[in-house]
Design a protein around this ligand. Structure first.
Ligand code: 3H9
Length: 723
């Protein structure tokens, strides 16, 4: 401690800041007490201010280094909980103004300030780094710099929209601000975001040395702005910049469908700053930030952030039950088709040893090639080094028999979707790997049927991955009344190791995700039968916020897959979830969807989608003629029964909580995140209004829209699903 008054130092320390002077350089280390990551909140802000004042005043200190004591985190941004509690735009704006003033103060320090970054520097963390006079980053894979605010419905509010374009140029800055993407160490240096990249072991020493050299004037602070801008011809002129802004706006609108205000607001703040200078830019940034903090989209996305965090910790077991997860190190995968190879890919990527089996050498070779091609692509895009590629592929081995399965802790089957086949492989696994958990990747067959007659039904579970496995973030873990808690714990923990968001659901036809999807697809089909145009139906749903509409989705998933699931849902739940005539006829017509370039839509030779196929209309009950149907009616007919079915799933205990229902729908079927998921959306609209609309539809189409009892009860009590 360098001469700081004791009381003052105690206040810093209470906020997690420590100060040590090394060769005239004040090394300030942040270690937020009792928190897994460092965040910036209204408690630590004044203490940082006090430290800066101390550094500025102490003649024995010539420079400062900012470091973190957290394992893989420098600063994870402003405290999201605090931001979530903001109730007025003025309050949000004041928070931003406070952050900006602090960072202005730091940027204006006469003594150089160097950021020594290991781990993540996100949001306000990145903005702190930008206000430093230099940035040294560790070359560790966990080190990443980003402005993820747009993912929370916000914009960088502590100067990020102003300092980043000045440091790395307009286009590179927009590439970060509008997407929130992570920039790793090597790219940070390339962009001019970081000055130097070093091994974590010498990070602190190198930062101290740089700070000293800057204080001595032998190394000059980087002045990226003008140099970077002039190096980019397009950004160098007002006309060029206008073009960049226009293109950025168009690409944001294309990606967000106009549902997310934050990226457009960020774009406007950047524009103000470049046109009218930093002071005006900061003012504009804070004003827009304040308005966004109280926008419903931000509220939903912040709630989703906390829902995902809570989900990561959930055991998936009923309250009062415990199950110790046996760690899965070796995984057997049965079936080397598209799903099996996809599961093998994410498993080797997650560090597991994988044995992939199929019936013939040709099939396993094809599966192996699918995995290899996925990692070759990552190698080509430099997401993997050649050594990492070799290590990853070395974790995969293939077989046409059960050799090498005996020591697998878990075996996932992705064989042909037929009960007898699934039961047969289950028996084979019981013999070849008696200790292993047997998980089925079925999307339609009840797990209890697969478990029937098992040597130990406690070890049988469902692990329903979505296609394509590497891309789809959700895993449904399906439990039967017999599944043992340890089995559930192992499947959940393995799913997370594979990078998936996991929900645990009860065994019933369709589980959760396909169950809520069924009425949505069925009603879309019925609208088609009644004469609606399929692109009109798709558009009505994308306007609601779905990434694609129901017919595009069916084409993507494959009509063979949908054709199999539809009748099962109809048999289990009756007319309400039965496939429409149109869907059955399109399946019977042999259309397979995109993979065969023949589905609801037409595709050109290169597989690019063209318009709706008029031949499909001829197959529908209404025949070739189409009639206009109001977009609101389409949305009511497709989305209300989806919401209603989600509530039924909650009533029946298929899902354990509204939170799981929201996460499952967002990550499983692309329910618009900005609406928070079916249950948060129901809370927004109000149960009473939804019940009224459902009843009106039920009067027209008896039995298909009968409101769930729980929904009726909430409508009567004025209650909510999320407190
Ligand atoms: C911002 O900065 C606005 C500014 O521009 C303007 C201000 C004026 N706040 O995810 P994990 C908690 S907006 C509060 O399990 P991981 C998290 O809730 C912010 N809490 O670990 C969890 O708590 P708990 C921009 C936070 O290793 C615990 O830390 N920043 C925050 O898988 C562990 O988290 C972001 O959007 C936070 N900022 O991932 C970054 N960050 O244990 C958001 C984390 O009680 N954070 N927590 O459930 C992340 O992306 C990840 O958490 C991170 C760690 C990569 C940091």
């Amino acid at each position: 401690m360098s001469g700081a008054a004791g009381g003052q130092a105690n206040a810093w320390e209470a906020a997690g800041l420590s100060l040590e002077v090394v060769d005239g350089v004040a090394v300030v280390t942040y270690d937020q007490p009792g928190a897994p990551v460092n965040t910036l909140n209204s408690r630590v802000g004044p203490q940082v201010e006090a430290v800066l004042a101390h550094v500025a005043a102490d003649p024995a200190i010539t420079a400062m280094v900012l470091a973190s004591a957290k394992p893989d985190c420098w600063i994870a941004g402003a405290d999201i909980e605090e931001l979530g509690g903001v109730t007025t735009a003025a309050q949000g704006e004041a928070l931003a103004r406070g952050g900006q003033a602090l960072l202005d103060r730091m940027a204006a320090m006469r003594k150089p300030v160097v950021a020594a970054i290991h781990g993540v520097a996100l949001g306000a963390g990145c903005e702190v780094a930008l206000a430093c006079h230099a940035r040294v980053v560790s070359d560790h894979p966990k080190t990443a710099i980003a402005l993820p605010e747009v993912q929370l419905g916000l914009l960088p509010g502590a100067g990020g929209t102003q300092r980043l374009p000045r440091l790395i140029g307009l286009q590179a800055a927009l590439g970060m601000i509008l997407t929130g993407r992570n920039v790793r160490a090597k790219e940070a240096v390339k962009l001019g975001l970081a000055d130097e990249m070093v091994h974590p072991a010498i990070l602190r020493d190198v930062a101290i040395r740089r700070a000293r050299a800057m204080a001595a004037g032998t190394v000059r602070p980087r002045r990226g702005g003008a140099r970077v801008r002039s190096a980019r011809w397009l950004e160098a002129t007002p006309v060029g910049r206008a073009l960049v802004f226009r293109q950025a706006r168009a690409s944001v609108l294309k990606k967000t469908g106009g549902h997310y205000p934050a990226p457009l607001e960020a774009l406007a703040a950047v524009r103000t700053g470049l046109a009218r200078g930093m002071v005006e830019g900061l003012r504009d940034e804070a004003r827009r930030f304040g308005a966004l903090t109280v926008d419903p989209v931000c509220k939903q996305l912040v709630a989703l952030f906390f829902a995902i965090n809570a989900n990561k910790k959930a055991t998936g077991l009923p309250e009062g039950t415990t199950g110790v997860a046996r760690p899965v190190r070796k995984l057997g995968v049965l079936g080397a088709g598209f799903m099996g190879a996809g599961i093998a890919t994410v498993a080797v990527q997650g560090g597991l040893l994988v044995r992939l089996k199929d019936a013939s050498a040709e099939r396993v070779a094809a599966g192996w090639r699918t995995v290899r091609d996925a990692f070759r692509e990552r190698l080509r895009r430099r997401k993997l080094t050649p050594a990492q590629y070799d290590d990853t592929m070395a974790r995969l081995s293939v077989a046409t028999d059960y050799a090498g399965f005996a020591n697998a802790e878990l075996v996932i089957e992705a064989v042909f979707e037929e009960l007898a086949v699934k039961q047969a492989v289950r028996r084979e696994v019981e013999a070849a790997a008696p200790g292993a958990i047997f998980a089925s990747n079925t999307s339609t067959i009840p797990i209890a049927d697969i478990a029937a007659g098992a040597a130990d039904p406690g070890k049988v579970i469902g692990m329903h991955f979505f296609s394509p496995v590497a891309k789809m973030p959700l895993l449904e873990v399906i439990v039967t009344p017999q599944t043992a808690p340890e089995t559930v714990a192992a499947a959940v923990s393995c799913g997370r190791q594979l990078g998936k968001t996991v929900i645990v659901v009860r065994d019933a036809p369709g589980f959760y995700v396909n169950r809520v999807l069924a009425p949505y697809l069925s009603e879309a089909g019925r609208l088609l039968d009644e004469g609606a145009a399929m692109d009109a139906v798709d558009r009505a749903c994308t306007v609601f916020g779905f990434p694609v509409g129901p017919f595009t989705l069916l084409d993507e998933v494959g009509l063979d897959v949908a054709g199999k699931a539809g009748p099962i849902m109809g048999a289990a739940y009756g007319e309400r979830l039965a496939p429409a005539e149109a869907l059955k006829r399109v399946v019977a017509d042999g259309r397979l969807g995109r993979k065969a370039k023949r589905g609801f839509y037409r595709y050109d030779a290169a597989g690019k989608r063209q318009g709706p196929d008029p031949a499909v209309y001829a197959l529908t009950a209404a025949g070739a003629a189409r009639r206009p149907v109001d977009a609101d009616e389409i949305r009511q007919r497709t989305i209300l029964p989806l919401l209603n079915e989600a509530v039924r799933c909650l009533e029946e205990g298929i899902i354990a909580s509204p939170r799981d229902g929201d996460i499952g729908a967002i990550f499983g079927i692309g329910f618009p995140p900005y609406r928070g998921g079916p249950f948060r959306y129901l809370d927004t609209v109000g149960a009473a209004a939804v019940v009224r609309d459902l009843e009106a539809l039920d009067a027209r189409f008896p039995g298909r829209f009968t409101p769930a009892a729980r929904l009726r009860a909430l409508a009567a009590s004025g209650g909510r699903f999320h407190p």
